[in-house]
Design a protein around this ligand. Structure first.
Ligand code: FES
Ligand SMILES: [Fe+2]
Length: 413
């Protein structure tokens, strides 16, 4: 259970909040790169309670600036996208990618250099893995989170962009809570194509072991199998909101090199809206949507089809017939329970158990990072030597209760 003030610290992301100040120290994925055409439509981006426009100049370079025109605040998503910058359609002012106003044609010529005195805020932006990433903090940008997928050709990556109408932290807490798989997903996981998740169904009360890392923590959910072995799903949490999820098959199987890897993150748009990015990739081959471990965009489309419906289309007849949740797929189940706690969950009225160990660790670590940031220490996940390229979740079968750590890369233990 969190105190009310701690809950506020956890959920608020706006520019005047301590959590917002922390989150502005990190890069954030904001769009699929393919939606920005050179010289095409500038797009509104909501991030951490602020509004921006992203665009691609006619020469192909990315721009990311404050949304409101510096003249009278009209949305620059309406602007013409010209070689010199975005030309506001209200009075024709032009804002360059560097934030400088390069023309103010509504001003009389005798005002000469008027335009050169006006600027708007512009931000660091880059493209990696078919995504546009933005850094909206002050000063030099953070080390880029160069996860394994960020170095791959785009045909090795499949991304689902999932809108959620609730606070980012409750979506995140759902993802790092491995215990729910055996319950919420009891029916959808059995019919899923994920043998690791199927293994996770055999023991509904896993033992959690959480260890801090310099960039976050890893959590092993250790389950006892009927044959006496153990199966551990290792989730790698990386500040501020990434989770490396165990792939569909464990490393010792022949298929391991051919199945997709998986990272999820919950990017706060504002206190009550979140984009969940499900990023799947194959290290050494193109990925095919719908193959084992690459279902999320298909589920996303099904989710978006039922999103406006009562209880996301929960089907009581299906439940009577034996389906546990009555909800159409894994992803929709996760979104239904996250939004089911309200736009901002009230953590002051919870009752946590031992299966919530990872959730409690996330909260403690995030609140600690807020304090570190406020007091001038480097928050977790911002060190230049963070081994992003090695970070991924693991599903491990083992004979000794604690042996799951043996399967991790030495740099990660
Ligand atoms: S509001 Fe944009 S040019 Fe006037
Ligand atoms: Fe889930």
């Amino acid at each position: 259970m969190l105190a009310v003030a701690e809950n506020e610290l956890l959920v608020r992301v706006g520019p005047d909040s301590p959590g917002g100040a922390l989150l502005r120290r990190y890069w954030h994925p904001v769009l699929k790169a393919s939606v920005l055409e050179a010289g095409g439509e500038p797009l509104h981006v909501r991030l951490l309670g602020e509004d921006f426009v992203a665009f691609r100049s006619p020469d192909g370079e990315l721009g990311f600036i404050e949304e409101g025109c510096p003249h009278r605040r009209v949305s620059l998503s309406l602007a013409r996208n010209e070689a010199c910058g975005l030309r506001c359609i209200f009075h024709g002012w032009v804002v360059g990618r560097d934030g400088a106003v390069v023309e103010a044609p509504s001003e009389p010529a005798e005002r000469g250099n008027f335009a050169s005195k006006v600027r708007t805020r512009r931000f660091h932006v880059r493209e990696a893995a078919g995504l546009v990433w933005a850094f909206i903090g002050d000063g030099a940008p953070a080390p880029f989170p160069a996860f394994p997928f960020t170095a791959l050709p785009v045909d090795h990556i499949d991304v689902a962009e999932v809108p959620g109408a609730c606070n980012w932290a409750q979506l995140l807490e759902g993802q790092i809570d491995s215990a729910h798989i055996s319950h919420l997903h009891a029916s959808s996981a059995t019919i899923s194509t994920n043998p690791s998740i199927a293994a996770a169904l055999t023991d509904k009360a896993p033992r959690f072991e959480v260890r801090n890392t310099p960039w976050g923590f890893h959590v092993g959910a250790v389950r006892t199998l009927p044959d006496g072995r153990y199966y551990t799903r290792v989730t790698e949490f990386v500040m501020p909101y990434y989770q490396g999820i165990a792939p569909a098959v464990p490393p010792e199987t022949d298929l391991y090199d051919t199945i997709p890897r998986f990272i999820v993150c919950q990017v706060p748009l504002d206190d009550e809206h979140t984009t969940v990015w499900y990023i799947m990739w194959k290290p050494s081959a193109p990925i095919v949507r719908g193959e084992v471990g690459a279902m999320w965009e298909i589920w996303n489309q099904e989710y978006q089809a039922v999103r406006g419906r009562h209880k996301m289309g929960q089907d009581r007849a299906l439940m009577r017939a034996g389906h546990f949740s009555g909800i159409n797929n894994l992803l929709t189940e996760d979104m239904a329970v996250a939004e089911g706690a309200g736009p901002v969950a009230d953590r002051s009225r919870e009752t946590l158990g031992t299966s919530d160990t990872a959730v409690a660790r996330f909260r403690r670590q995030y609140l600690e990072a807020i304090r570190d940031n406020a007091e001038g220490r480097l928050p977790r996940g911002l060190a230049a030597d963070t081994p992003f390229a090695l970070i991924e979740g693991r599903g491990v079968f083992h004979r000794e209760a604690d042996a799951w750590r043996d399967a991790l890369a030495p740099e990660l233990v």
